[in-house]
Design a protein around this ligand. Structure first.
Ligand code: 5GP
Ligand code: ZN
Length: 113
């Protein structure tokens, strides 16, 4: 069994509230939401973060962002949202499986902390 929490979610070993799934990616609600809508979009293949992805993965990366753009309105984010990926501990990454946070449903501050 993988010791990666998100790989365990993909495998169905940890429950999650899924909002989108296809053969390559999964999206589910963040267990500790930082905004009224807070969804995590992840590749099913394990990468520690963006730094581990290569040019060979650019189609997967583009697919992730394209799905976010298409799914966001249906998640209650038609008025606007933020997409962010924390890469490395100083940036706030706590789960070592590459993911995009999609946040909205309230006014968001900029710059982030
Ligand atoms: P990071 O801090 O790495 O950028 O983001 C990790 C996110 O994963 C956090 O927002 C955290 O709340 C969320 N998270 C951690 N463990 C779980 C879990 O078991 N289930 C779900 N749905 N979200 C999780
Ligand atoms: Zn993983």
């Amino acid at each position: 069994m993988s010791d990666c929490i998100f790989c365990q979610i993909i495998a169905g070993q940890i429950p999650s509230v899924k909002v989108y799934e296809d053969e390559r990616i999964l999206a589910f609600r963040d267990v500790n939401p930082a905004a009224p809508v807070h969804v995590l979009f992840i590749p099913k293949r394990h990468f520690a973060n963006l730094g581990e992805m290569t040019p060979a993965d650019q189609e997967l990366l583009g697919h992730l962002l394209n799905v976010i753009g298409r799914e966001a309105p249906g998640l209650g984010l038609a008025d606007g949202y933020r997409v962010v990926s924390n890469c490395g501990e100083p940036a706030g990454q706590t789960v070592g499986h590459m993911h995009f946070h999609v946040l909205g449903g309230r006014d968001l501050l900029w710059p982030p902390g």
